[in-house]
Write a protein that binds this ligand. Sequence first.
Ligand code: URA
Length: 210
Amino acid sequence: MRVHIADHPLITHKLTVLRDQRTPSPVFRQLTEELVTLLAYEATRNVRVAPVEIQTPVTTTMGVRIDEPRPIVVPILRAGLGMLEGMVKLLPTAEVGFLGMVRDEETLQPTTYAERLPTDLSDRQCFVLDPMLATGGSLGAAMEFLFERGAQDITAICLLGTPEGIAKIDEQVGDRDVTLVLGARDERLNERGYIVPGLGDAGDRLYGTV
Ligand code: URA
């Protein structure tokens, strides 16, 4: 598994404001969108393109366009939805699928409660959006779901991750083609399954349910 951890002052600045508990939901949503667009730039580094000939006002030249079949963006509900706009801003021709995962707050185990995805993902580049890679449970379960539909090329974008979560995904995916793009690798997971220092519950902060 390839892991890319952003190392850019603009990303760290925006993450700092995001982490601050005084940051209200509208600002939190806006910053999440901006951060995802910046992370998507790195995450799409290997997006498949096809050569195309075009005519400029001056001459004919070769360029590229995003290849068919279109990449698919999969936000994990609910908090991944807050990352969707930032992603499709950079990849407007992508198809969007949905996967609803919920974490049992007692057992911390993820279950799928909704899905809207093509049945065959074998030739699709999949971009999974999940803001918080904590235990790795939900993201791991989401990836298993995509593997079962034939996915062979998955990139996950997370705002924050823990060493535990990264290690869990790494072990789970083995030698499959998976890339993880993170805004930052935080210190650890606490006993309640929260990322430390983290930013709290991303869904609550996005949607104002604190
Ligand atoms: N999910 C969140 O929203 N926040 C955490 O810290 C961990 C999981």
